[in-house]
Design a protein around this ligand. Structure first.
Ligand SMILES: [Zn+2]
Length: 287
């Protein structure tokens, strides 16, 4: 008797390799996943739950492989587990038992948005506690495969003398109040390089100039500086450049998370930025 074929595993991470001569550029979109797992069992539903998503961001950068880059995107939603957080960023208030590993909550965890979120815009995300086993399963089925795919791409890029990593996101207009910061204007695009430490000035200035030239306002590290994911991958002294890029959500979608006319314009601007970056990378590698 022939054993039945196992059901195909759902895609956890999509990896799009370069469509032309490969360059050491990796673009990763950790928060644009929209496939909600059946065992999520959250108290919030629909748009209230989906506001954690950086919806469509992987599509904004869809041309990256045409410029020689590898594009990585999470398929699972950030509200389920956040690949942009460290494994130690545990919120024990959410758990029914003590965590068996290292617990080192960040400021984001105090705001309810650690590795597994407890709060969504101030509201409890669950009507229950989560078991340790449940959180560990999310780590094993989502967080680890995402980081393995990203690390593979970064390792492949590290075979060149230098490499570039863009960690890409989108931000709501109320980002400052969500971060507990005083009200102030939010730029269209925020480039985060952990206060000038994760990429060389030439790379940051090139991206900034390209987006300004397309008509967008650009700020650096205000209010988003970037997190661990670029601290590890961005070591300019070794020729490793990493940046977090946040774009304002209202530039490309409405409050129902539907794309509007601004989507194409922003996608074109990001395409031009990627083209400028690829040109810079080629000249660096040639020189
Ligand atoms: Zn994000």
């Amino acid at each position: 008797m022939i054993a039945p074929e196992p059901a195909p595993e759902p895609t956890i991470v999509s990896v799009t390799p370069p469509r032309r001569a490969a360059l050491p550029i990796v673009v990763d979109s950790p928060h644009s996943g929209t496939r909600y797992p059946a065992d999520f069992d959250a108290a919030l539903q629909g748009l209230a739950l989906r506001q954690a998503e950086d919806t469509w961001v992987h599509e904004l950068y869809a041309s990256a492989p045409e410029h020689g880059a590898t594009l990585i995107a999470a398929e699972f939603p950030r509200a389920y587990i956040d690949p942009n957080r460290s494994l130690h960023d545990i919120d024990e208030e959410l758990l029914s038992q003590p965590w068996p590993g290292v617990v080192s909550p960040s400021r984001k965890t105090e705001l309810g948005a650690g590795l597994v979120w407890r709060l969504m815009a101030g509201q409890p995300l669950y009507r229950r506690s989560l078991s340790v086993e449940e959180v560990q399963r999310r780590i094993d089925t989502c967080w680890r495969p995402y980081h393995a795919a990203l690390q593979d791409a970064l390792d492949a890029a590290a075979q060149w003398p230098q490499r570039w990593h863009l960690n890409v996101h989108s931000m709501p207009d109320n980002s400052r109040s969500r971060l507990g910061l005083p009200d102030a204007p939010l730029a269209d695009v925020v480039l985060g390089d952990l206060d000038g430490t994760t990429a060389d000035e030439t790379t940051v200035a090139l991206i900034e100039d390209s987006l300004r030239h397309s008509g967008y306002s650009v700020a650096r590290n205000d209010p988003f500086k970037g997190v661990e994911i670029i601290r590890a991958s961005g070591q300019p002294a070794r020729g490793w450049h990493a940046l977090q890029i946040e774009v304002r959500r209202p530039l490309y979608m409405d409050e129902q998370l539907q794309k509007h006319a601004g989507f194409d314009r922003l996608q074109r601007a990001l395409d031009e930025m990627l083209q400028a970056l690829a040109l810079h990378v080629r000249s660096r590698l040639a020189g």
